[in-house]
Design a protein around this ligand. Structure first.
Ligand SMILES: [Fe+2]
Length: 245
């Protein structure tokens, strides 16, 4: 692999213990952390689900406390992984209100919010909301649209939203064919159209939906090219950690 693993930053992970459908406890979180550090990856962003009205709606403070707790545990077990705060915010009717009330965490040191589109809402409702948010100057990263059937149908208009400032995160698993050929084809189409800004694992654990293995990183480089992988997995993610752009 021509890419340095130490430069990779995974910006979409479910690694915090007991907060969503990721690891249940510190031991499971540590096992997931080892998947990264065994390869030499040392930085990730924790993005637990935030779904208002459900058990998966931790406050910003609780997420930061969970990160502190996990960092301490990793340190005492000699696992050199640094975890930055974030959330995967489910698209919901009160999204704009929540943005104003400081109940949502952006990714890392940025002012960019990771927005998870619904598998059941209409694409029109989401695109209308995105249009309003972008006009207000909100910085939105749309998580894995290639996985949502209704959004796959609208992939040909995403460039209009990208021109307005929207960013797109694609799951690496989609590019490896793990979510079916339609997700893979739309992911490749969006990359070809220069509409993708980040690739991430959306890892949930070591048994299912684990971070890419060394062989899978190689396959990814072969499939889309090492320059694109470097841009979308290293260079663009690094910007989220160092500034407010
Ligand atoms: Fe996720």
């Amino acid at each position: 692999m021509s890419l340095k693993f130490s430069n990779i930053i995974d910006i979409h992970t479910h690694i915090l213990p007991g907060i969503d459908d990721g690891p249940k406890n510190l031991e499971e979180s540590a096992a997931l952390a080892r998947c990264y550090t065994d390869l030499g990856i040392t930085q990730i962003i924790a993005t637990p689900h935030y779904i208002p009205g459900t058990a998966w709606a931790a406050s910003c403070q609780r997420i930061v406390e969970k990160i502190t707790e996990l960092q301490g545990y990793l340190q005492s077990n000699n696992i050199p992984l640094t975890i930055f705060p974030g959330m995967e915010i489910a698209f919901h009717k009160k999204f704009q209100e929540h943005l104003k009330s400081d109940t949502l965490l952006p990714l890392g040191a940025s002012s960019c919010y990771l927005l998870e589109p619904s598998f059941t809402d209409s694409a029109e409702a989401l695109l209308h909301c995105l249009d309003q948010l972008l006009k207000q100057g909100q910085k939105i990263i749309l998580a894995h649209p290639e996985r949502i059937p209704a959004l796959r149908e609208m992939a040909n208009v995403f460039d209009e939203y990208v021109q307005q400032g929207m960013r797109i995160q694609i799951n690496i698993g989609s590019l490896l064919g793990k979510f079916g050929s339609e997700s893979k084809n739309v992911a490749l189409y969006l990359i070809e159209k220069n509409c993708v800004h980040y690739l991430a694992s959306d890892a949930h654990g070591v048994n299912s939906r684990k971070p890419p293995t060394e062989e899978e990183w190689l396959e990814l480089e072969t499939n889309i090219g090492s320059d694109i992988v470097e841009q979308l997995c290293c260079i663009n993610p690094a910007q989220l950690l160092i500034d407010k752009k």
